[in-house]
Design a protein around this ligand. Structure first.
Ligand code: NAD
Length: 498
């Protein structure tokens, strides 16, 4: 990134044209009803745009466009090498426009501009490129049947995929769906969260510029219970790739049952444990990682390590080290390139975080760092990194997803208690374990019921590794070749040549 001054980003933000229309059939359009909803910059609390609020009629229009494009074969039946070229170009265009896209992301969600431009946007581009590269390297199967038969097992695109995504990493989460869904030949309707439509809308044009035929990617901004629901209930949407809360995930299961049994992939919430055992090989590294594991992106991360489960022998020493990191991190202007911690996404989310902090206190836990809303004079939604000690695992702050910078420390006596507390949750997205004992590392990795277990690290990821949850954290996987399964159906073809 070109190193820029804080004032430069503010100036660029003021000059930037904010996308506000839906993208249907290759063109930007208003919602048929003419309705809009407001987008607020969480760094200032000010309304910065009014965006098309798509309703069921717009969903119909987008589904018709997506179906027409799918049946035409202009994308769904092109050679994999052609699709690969277009998606690689799409990925390049994301990178070429990363400063603009990064700025749009920060204006929507208040994450630090350096994280948006150096993290979120390149990571989304990398995801698209990864699936572009994969397309012409996946093969079908020939099944072992009989000598007079050739039996092929092939994968076909499901048809129309609705990608309904959250606001915490708007473009990355969209890319996790777009990459595998487009690579396998589907038409996609992307529904960004109402808090964060800008990058989704902007990249629709970039996809066309890269050569994606009109109708293959439509983007519908709108309210969840209107646009999301209409997609979930639509009889001609074949699959929903959803990332969001467990509460809304339940709705999508119901929408599917009430409509056409569309396939559903659910990447939902979490309450991930970070278990630190007394034989942890390096308490400094662990403390730094535990703090980053909960405070990155102001804790608005599905796999945020929000429960610290620590053995009593090292608890005081370890918490002291975590506190040093928490106290060091000050929420600040998201448009300042030196800022490491931005704002909370919205006033509603801020109030939710503050109410959990109050519940922690009234439940008998003790705040040992942070706990306050700060920088109120900016109008923005900023909260200090907060650490609770003396948390019992049955308290609300240990059971419910806060989705904010709040760490709950729970003390345990030994390995077995640590495992049982780690698993005492409805969620099963991810977990971390710190130990110097190889046997304990393996035993913990097996014992913890979660889709990802990190040993002596946390929040590591790669496009080549599947990501997703056990239990009420959902099912189906994003990332890796496994994600392509969600967006394709297996077909068995028996050819009798006897
Ligand atoms: P959310 O569930 O409120 O919204 C997600 C999406 O669903 C948005 O596009 C929203 O408009 C839509 N929606 C909301 N209500 C709907 C309804 N009634 N019908 C249909 N669609 C509806 O989640 P959020 O607040 O945007 O994001 C935070 C949540 O996302 C957290 O629970 C977090 O853990 C989860 N998340 C999970 C992962 C993962 O990979 N497991 C990744 C990121 C975020």
């Amino acid at each position: 990134m070109n190193v820029e001054l804080k004032s430069d980003w503010h100036r660029r933000a003021e000059a930037l044209k904010l996308p506000s229309k839906a993208f249907i059939d290759g063109a930007y359009v208003d919602a048929l009803s003419g309705e809009t909803f407001d987008c607020v910059y969480p760094g200032s609390g000010k309304v910065i745009a009014s965006v098309a609020a798509c309703g069921p009629a717009d969903v119909d229009r987008a589904v018709r466009s997506a179906r027409k494009a799918f049946e035409s074969g202009a994308w769904s039946r092109t050679a994999p090498t052609e699709r690969k070229k277009v998606l690689l170009r799409f990925s390049e265009l994301l990178l070429e426009n990363r400063e603009e896209l990064g700025l749009l992301e920060t204006l929507n969600v208040g994450k630090p501009i350096t994280n948006s431009t150096n993290g979120d946007i390149p990571s989304a581009a990398n995801c698209i490129a990864w699936y572009a590269e994969a397309i012409d390297k996946v093969y079908g199967e020939v099944a072992a049947t009989s000598d007079d038969m050739t039996t092929l097992v092939v994968r076909e695109p499901v048809g129309i995929v609705a990608a309904v995504v959250p606001w915490n990493y708007p473009l990355s989460m969209a890319a996790w769906k777009l990459g595998p869904a487009l690579a396998t030949g589907n038409s996609v309707i992307l529904k960004p969260a109402e808090q964060s439509p800008f990058t989704a809308l902007r990249i629709a044009q970039l996809a066309i510029d890269a050569g994606l035929p009109a109708g293959v990617l439509n983007v519908l901004p709108g309210l969840g219970h209107v646009t999301g629901k209409a997609l979930g209930l639509h009889m001609d949407v074949d699959c929903v790739g959803f990332t969001g809360s467990t509460e809304v995930g339940r709705y999508f299961m119901q929408y599917s049952g009430q409509s056409n049994i569309k396939r559903i992939g659910l990447e939902l919430g979490g309450k991930s444990p970070q278990v630190v055992l007394a034989d942890c090989p390096d308490l400094d590294v662990a403390a730094r990682t535990v703090a980053a594991g909960i405070f990155s992106n102001t804790g608005q991360v599905c796999n945020a390590g929000s429960r610290l489960i620590v053995e009593d022998k090292i608890k005081d020493k370890f918490l002291e080290k975590v506190l040093a990191h928490a106290n060091d991190l000050k929420p600040a202007d998201p448009l300042d390139p030196s800022t490491k911690l931005g704002s909370i996404v919205s006033e509603e989310q801020l109030n939710r975080v503050m109410s959990y902090i109050e519940q922690g206190l009234s439940g008998g836990a003790r705040i040992i760092a942070g706990g306050n809303r700060v920088a109120q004079e900016t109008g923005g939604f900023f909260v200090e990194p907060t650490v609770f000690d003396g948390v019992a695992n049955n308290m609300k702050i240990a059971q419910e997803e806060i989705f904010g910078p709040v760490l709950s420390a729970i003390t345990v006596r030994d390995f077995d208690e640590a495992m049982s507390v780690a698993n005492d949750t409805i969620y099963g997205l991810a977990a971390g374990v710190w130990t110097g004992d190889l046997k304990k590392a393996h035993r913990a990795a097996k014992a913890i019921k979660a889709g990802v277990v990190w040993v002596n690290c946390f929040d590591r990821g790669s496009m080549s590794v599947p990501f997703g949850g056990f239990k009420q954290s959902g099912f189906g996987r994003d990332k890796s070749l496994h994600a392509m399964d969600k967006y394709s159906d297996l077909k068995a073809i028996w050819i009798n040549h006897g």
